[in-house]
Design a protein around this ligand. Sequence first.
Ligand code: FAD
Length: 183
Amino acid sequence: PSSSTETKGHDPSKAKLPNGLVLDKDGKPCRLCTDAASWRSLTKQAKASSSTPASTTATTTTTTTTSPTANGCPPDVEELGRSTWTFLHSLTAAYPTQASTEQQTEMRSFLKLFSRLYPCWVCADDFRTWMAEPSGRNEPRLASRADFGTWMCEAHNEVNRKLGKKEFDCRFWEERWRTGWKD
Ligand code: FAD
């Protein structure tokens, strides 16, 4: 993930290794922090030296490129991210139009824990840092579904920007994640 190159620069465990590989905090390769192509290049040498027939290798590679989990493999950083965004945006879609104080408190707690426990730790670190931006402008806005949905869209756009992806127009978050597009 690009975040590994943008980390604060003092923690050696966050250094980005060649081929996009990101290490876990124990110094071992972090699969959930690394894209599938980089992971494959890490394991290519080992695979090449194995006795696996070439035809089997080719089939495996093709399927893995489409979706690691579709092939019964653990997710990479991208597949984990796609699934998680589906969950997070769906959470906003199911949020009350006007939330009670208790509902807001519960969601705030969830987001705090989420930002600590998300399994791609470099992603989690950056997400937490963004939420805690000193001016307070990125704090979760939880008074209503509209507020929360827009906030989540902005959070996702922050990651999109970091990864060089196109930003999503947050006026349309609800069509994308709740009502569906008008014909
Ligand atoms: P995704 O970004 O996964 O988006 C899925 C779908 O959501 C899109 O197809 C689009 O229809 C819709 N969408 C896109 N943007 C928005 C938006 N702003 N609002 C609403 N809907 C939208 N990956 C890294 O490599 N480095 C990181 O540091 C990193 N941090 C992450 C932090 C979090 C909290 C999460 C959940 C994921 C993170 N990821 C990170 C994964 C990354 O965001 C993507 O999920 C992954 O790269 C796959 O991207 P994608 O292009 O398939 O679409």
